[in-house]
Design a protein. Structure first.
Length: 391
């Protein structure tokens, strides 16, 4: 029999579906609310999963993810103020051939797999209705839909930034709200067949450029470009873009055959919290948004979901109600400090590589070369990227 306690997840994107799937094991009643599922569209982005994140998802029944992912065995950092070359300044690698540093998976593939699993579960319900109001003056959270139907929930989870208007009465507090004055351009390169198990980060003067290996013939690109940069001319035209990559990165890809649709979005460092978190939690980019420089955004969200699962398991095992003040405090104690510290670390790394003074760049390049020789420091960097700051 399903547990009588009820959770409402507002937002049916990948974050909302992943929360529902991982919590479905508790047999709670879970409603996933979206105003119009027919208009729901996910951009075909590639997601970087740390080894720790993927291992956890496999343990929770998503074993096919590993088969559908491309493995990353090397990560190269290039401080390219002097030149763009294949010679790295800092290199991370696996200790043996059977291990992995991280994995790359298509977001739509992951979304479709989870959606199919959720549709077959009796304790999961998809609600295609617009929400009129949320009332927290009663013991439970009461949601009133546009058709005047009312439902009570032990816990409400906001999992999509598309529903910010509903949070107006919840006193959203912006702990950090910083614009990088950059836009990220995301697209895929289709190239000649290569051995493609290495991720690379090039730190260009006008913003970092990352390559994520998707397959032997496909590489995902995330190029963060300053708003006033002349490099924007390259991403405005696929012909220019193809020529740029063929000229500068021929050693990596041999030849660029074609380029996918180019998506772009503004880059911000955001850390939100609710002044009154009564029976309400924030997840995904509505809670934390960090620079994609280290590919850690989705892993950060997953770690939060794993923490939520841990707190729910703790509460249910003790026969406690989920969503009450003690529950909310325990979850926030589990996540807030680590999230803020980790996001600040990513922001700090971005600042280090954003300084354009030549003398400083020379010192930074020399520091990276020295770090490359230090196995202990590199191992700790890998552990932080794999499991978070406090492990």
């Amino acid at each position: 029999m399903p547990n009588s306690q009820k959770i409402c997840i507002i937002g049916s994107g990948l974050t909302g579906l992943m929360i529902a799937y991982l919590l479905s094991k508790f047999r709670l009643q879970i409603d996933i609310v979206e105003q119009d599922f027919n208009k729901k569209k996910n951009n075909p982005t590639k997601i970087a999963l740390s080894k720790s994140s993927l291992d956890e998802l496999c343990r929770y029944g998503l074993k096919d993810i590993k088969k559908k992912s491309n493995i990353i065995k090397n990560i190269y950092l290039h401080d390219s103020y002097s030149s763009i070359s294949q010679k790295q300044d800092l290199h991370f690698s696996v200790s043996n051939k059977k291990e992995a540093l991280a994995y790359i998976i298509d977001s739509n593939t992951l979304f479709s797999d989870i959606y199919k699993k959720l549709k077959s579960l009796k304790n999961i319900k998809f609600i295609n209705k617009e929400i009129s109001s949320i009332n927290d003056e009663k013991f439970f959270k009461e949601i009133t839909f546009k058709d005047l139907i009312k439902k009570n929930y032990n816990l409400i989870i906001f999992a999509s930034a598309n529903n910010l208007s509903l949070l107006s009465k919840f006193k959203l507090r912006k702990v950090v709200d910083k614009s990088y004055n950059e836009e990220a351009y995301v697209f895929n390169l289709f190239h000649e067949k290569i051995s493609n198990n290495s991720a690379r980060q090039f730190f260009l003067k006008d913003g970092p450029l990352a390559f994520l290996p998707v397959s032997s013939t496909e590489t995902s690109v995330i190029w963060s470009i300053k708003n006033n940069s002349v490099n924007k001319k390259y991403v405005s035209n696929k012909k220019y873009l193809s020529k740029f990559f063929n000229n500068h990165f021929k050693e990596l890809f041999k030849e660029i055959i074609s380029i996918s649709e180019i998506n772009k979005f503004n880059l911000n460092y955001i850390f939100n919290e609710l002044k009154d978190s009564k029976r309400t939690l924030l997840f995904g980019e509505i809670a934390n948004k960090i620079h994609p420089i280290a590919g850690q955004g989705w892993n950060m969200t997953l770690r939060n979901i794993f923490s939520l699962k841990k707190v729910i398991k703790y509460s249910i095992n003790l026969g406690l109600e989920i969503g009450n003040d003690i529950f909310i405090k325990k979850y926030l104690d589990e996540t807030n400090l680590n999230n803020l510290a980790f996001a600040t670390l990513i922001d700090g790394i971005r600042k280090i590589f954003d300084i354009k003074i030549d003398s400083y760049a020379a010192i930074r390049k020399n520091t990276l070369s020295n770090l490359d020789k230090n196995f202990f420091i590199k191992k700790n960097f890998i552990n932080i990227a794999n499991k978070g700051l406090f492990i």
